[in-house]
Design a binder for this molecule. Structure first.
Ligand SMILES: Nc1nc2c(ncn2[C@@H]2O[C@H](COP(=O)(O)OP(=O)(O)OP(=O)(O)O)[C@@H](O)[C@H]2O)c(=O)[nH]1
Length: 352
């Protein structure tokens, strides 16, 4: 069992929606050097799926849900860290020597880290560790153009991890890297596909790199899950909404694939993120699907169902798109087969 450090580093894994945070987290947790890591996952929206997609469930992993870590669930973050500390001290959970928080894709890293320093209990046990920011080489430039959150996540990073360079091509990746270096000259920029990348190094000592970003960013906070406020106090123009569709019948894969592709082709600039765990007609194991703006990623068969619940859950994060319209188009496409997964009714629920 590892010794309890005097101050446990709390590392923050951030990056815009769908930029590859959970994918990188999975890779990090698979590294034996990072086995003694406690993980807090924060999701924007009512149905958290990331803790299922990580496919590691143990007592050192917690879900912070129903809000954004930089604002509405900040108290939950404090409680979760205090709880981890208390259970570790009493030997109720395996000792951990670092914490990794995966934030929502919309979170501002600054309030998250300052929460730890400001809390009278936490500051005796924890210290801010590294900020690791994933930046998607396909959508990254566009996100930096439009979303202030994306700029802040990049500006405060100790590590800027370029993802999806395999899809974007060398030219786009180089242009993005150049822009990121201008935005944050102190960060180390690395390609997630670089053979030399040691994921354990991402959570190494942060003393040499931390500071500049934290000092230059102030006054930004996320008011609630729908409206974001800029450093100057003006309302952010983006109208982010998150909602989930839950389906009680097995899904017709072909119809669903056509529907999702058409949706993202047409509205990809406003459907910032789609992710789901689906019960597909004729399949025993669940299928994880991911859409990020105009991009539909390759679906993946999961190892098994994460719980007794066999229904499909699809989470959407949209910017200025009416959830009712999206739901109507989903229904019109008849993506639901006649095979029930969980009782006869109802077919579909929308939480918000
Ligand atoms: N081809 C490719 N796909 C990637 C890469 N990184 C992530 N993906 C895919 O991108 C999709 C989204 O990845 P996630 O890791 O879930 O992204 P995320 O940032 O955790 O998403 P949110 O938590 O919803 O913001 C998934 O289908 C991943 O398999 C990459 O480097 N290359």
């Amino acid at each position: 069992m590892s010794e309890i450090p005097q101050f446990t580093a709390v590392n923050l894994l951030t990056g815009f929606l769908g930029s590859g945070k959970t994918t990188l987290l999975r890779r990090m947790l698979a590294d034996p050097a990072l086995a003694d890591t406690a993980v807090l996952i924060n999701e924007f929206g009512e149905a958290g799926l990331d803790h299922h997609l990580v496919e590691r469930i143990d007592e050192n992993m917690m879900l912070l849900q129903s809000g954004c870590i930089c604002c509405t669930v900040r108290g939950e973050l404090v409680d979760a860290l205090r709880d981890l500390q208390s259970r570790r001290e009493r030997g109720l959970i395996p000792a951990f020597s670092r914490v990794m928080i995966e934030s929502t894709g919309l979170a501002d890293p600054f309030p998250t880290l300052s929460t730890i320093k400001a809390d009278p209990v936490l500051r005796h046990h924890f210290r801010p560790g590294n900020v690791i920011t994933t930046v998607d080489a396909v959508n990254g430039e566009g996100n930096l153009d439009v979303y202030v959150e994306s700029n802040r996540q990049a500006a405060i990073a100790d590590w800027l991890v370029l993802t999806k360079t395999d899809l974007a091509g060398a030219e786009a990746a180089e242009a993005l890297e150049k822009r990121l270096r201008q935005l944050n000259p102190d960060a180390t920029v690395i390609d997630v596909h670089d053979e030399d990348l040691s994921v354990a190094a991402l959570v190494g000592s942060s003393d040499a790199t931390r500071g500049n970003g934290l000092q230059s960013i102030s006054g930004f906070y996320c008011e609630d899950s729908r409206e974001l406020v800029t450093a100057s106090g003006e309302a952010h123009s983006a109208a982010f909404r998150s909602f989930v569709i839950t389906i009680d019948h097995a899904i017709d894969w072909t119809a669903f694939g056509i529907w999702l592709t058409m949706l993202l082709n047409r509205h990809g600039d406003r459907v910032l993120r789609v992710k789901g765990i689906l019960n597909i007609a004729g399949e025993k194991r669940p299928v994880a699907i991911h859409g990020v703006q105009h991009l539909v990623h390759t679906p993946v068969h999961m190892g098994g169902w994460p719980s007794e619940d066999r229904r499909s859950h699809i989470v959407f994060i949209v910017d200025g798109l009416d959830p009712k319209l999206l739901k109507r188009s989903f229904e019109a496409f008849a993506v639901v087969s006649s095979e029930p997964t969980h009782g006869p009714t109802p077919i579909m629920r929308q939480n918000r």
